[in-house]
Design a protein around this ligand. Structure first.
Ligand code: M6R
Length: 359
C-alpha cells in the first residue's frame, strides 16, 4: 500500500536506505563478514570468468557489479544484455559462471539465456527480488534482494539492492580467494554510509522538484554523461527519465560526446554530469565546459571530496567503488519530479509492463 505517497515510485525511492540496512543484516555478520552459501562460493571460486546477464535497469546494475567483481575479487567479469546474448552467444571462457540479475525473476529474455546455459551445464546464480520466481527455480543458486515488493514500473530500489548485494558477494568471493582488496574493503561500514547518504538525498525532495521544473519539464531531450561507474549510472538515470517522463534522454561516456553526439547540443539542452571518480573528474569537467560553450544547461552531481563551488548536487563521500548507490538517487528523483510535474502516471508509463514476459 502506498500510504501517504502519491505514487509507489516515490515510496520505493524512499525505502532505499532501509534496503541497504536490510541487506547488511541478512548477508553480513556482526563482524561485517559476508554470510554466503559455501557451495555457491566454491562454484564462484572455481570459475575463470563471470558472465552477468540481464535486461534494462538490471543490466545497468550489472555494469556496476562487474567493476566490483573485478576490483574486489580480481575475477574477469563480462556484462551482457539478455536479448543479445540469447541468440548471439560469444565465445566463452573454459570455466564460466553465470549471474542473472532480475528483479522479477520472470524476464523472458533472461530466461532464454538461462535455458541455454542449463543445456550447456554451466553453473548459475539468479539474484532476484521474488522468491520462487522462474529464474530463481531454474538457476543452480539463488540470492534474494530483500527489497520488498517493487510495484512502480520504473525500477529503483531493486537497482540499488542489486548493486549492494553484488558488493557483498564480490567481497565474499575476494575474501575466499585471499584477495587483499576484498580484505581491506569494509562493506558493512560502506553500506551504513550509503544508507545515511541516501537518506540525506531523499530528504532534499524540494531541490529535485525545483530542478526538474526549471531544466527538464519543457525540454524535448537531455543527456547524462560520466566516465567509468559514472557512465554506468548515466545509462540508468537516462533510462529512468525517458521511461516515465518521455523526454528523449541518452546516457553517454563523456569522452564519446565529441565523437558525434555533441552536434545535438543546442541552447538550453540539459546535460547532467556525474562526477564521483577521482581519476576522471577533470576530464568530465572539461567535457561539461565543451557543452556549456555550445549553450547547454549543465547540472552536476558530484561527490563531496571532488566538489567545486558551482556544483549543483553534492553527494556524501563513500568508497569510490560504491558511489553508484548514491549518484543514482538524484537521477531517480529528477525523473520522478519531471513525470509528476507533467501530470503523467508515474507508476504506469505508457507501453510498459512491470515484468516483460515476451521476447
Ligand atoms: O525484472 P527484471 O529486472 O528482469 O526486469 C528487467 C527490465 O525489464 C527492467 O529493469 C526495466 O528496464 C525497468 N522498467 C526499468 O526501470
Amino acid at each position: 500500500d502506498k500510504g501517504t505517497y502519491p505514487f509507489y515510485m516515490l515510496k520505493e525511492i524512499d525505502e532505499q536506505p532501509n534496503v541497504m540496512r536490510k541487506l547488511s543484516q541478512v548477508y553480513l555478520n556482526d563482524d561485517g563478514q559476508p554470510v554466503i552459501n559455501a557451495e555457491l562460493l566454491d562454484a564462484l571460486k572455481a570459475a575463470d570468468r563471470l558472465y552477468i546477464v540481464a535486461a534494462g535497469t538490471s543490466y545497468h546494475a550489472g555494469l556496476v557489479g562487474a567493476r566490483l567483481f573485478e576490483s574486489l575479487a580480481n575475477v574477469p567479469t563480462e556484462v551482457h544484455v539478455s536479448s543479445e546474448f540469447a541468440y548471439n552467444q560469444p565465445l566463452l571462457s573454459k570455466k564460466p559462471f553465470f549471474i542473472f540479475l532480475t528483479q522479477s525473476g520472470e524476464t523472458a529474455d533472461s530466461r532464454e539465456v538461462l535455458l541455454n546455459v542449463n543445456e550447456q551445464n554451466f553453473p548459475s546464480l539468479t539474484i532476484t527480488n521474488v522468491p520462487n520466481s522462474t529464474l530463481s527455480r531454474e538457476a543452480t543458486y539463488t540470492l534474494l534482494l530483500h527489497a520488498g515488493p517493487e510495484i512502480a514500473v520504473a525500477s529503483t530500489k531493486a537497482y540499488t539492492a542489486q548493486i549492494a548485494l553484488q558488493a557483498i558477494l564480490a567481497k565474499a568471493l575476494g575474501e575466499a580467494d585471499d584477495q587483499p582488496a576484498a580484505k581491506d574493503f569494509d562493506v558493512k561500514q560502506q553500506l551504513a554510509l550509503v544508507a545515511n547518504g541516501m537518506q540525506a538525498l531523499v530528504d532534499e525532495k524540494a531541490t529535485f522538484d525545483k530542478l526538474a521544473k526549471a531544466d527538464l519539464l519543457k525540454t524535448p531531450n537531455a543527456f547524462y554523461i560520466g566516465r567509468g561507474l559514472d557512465y554506468a549510472v548515466s545509462l540508468e538515470t537516462a533510462l529512468k527519465l525517458k521511461e516515465i517522463s518521455y523526454v528523449q534522454a541518452e546516457g553517454f561516456a563523456s569522452g564519446e560526446l565529441k565523437h558525434g553526439t555533441i552536434a545535438l547540443i543546442e541552447k538550453d539542452t540539459p546535460v547532467i554530469g556525474i562526477i564521483t571518480q577521482q581519476n576522471t573528474a577533470g576530464l568530465t569537467r572539461s567535457n561539461l565546459q565543451e557543452v556549456e560553450a555550445r549553450g547547454a544547461k549543465t547540472i552536476t552531481i558530484v561527490t563531496d571530496a571532488l566538489a567545486k563551488p558551482d556544483d549543483t548536487i553534492i553527494l556524501p563521500t563513500v568508497d569510490e567503488r560504491m558511489t553508484a548507490l548514491l549518484s543514482v538517487v538524484p537521477g531517480q528523483l529528477l525523473a520522478y519530479y519531471t513525470s509528476l510535474n507533467k501530470g503523467l502516471d508515474v507508476d504506469k508509463p505508457r507501453n510498459l509492463a512491470k515484468s516483460v514476459t515476451v521476447e
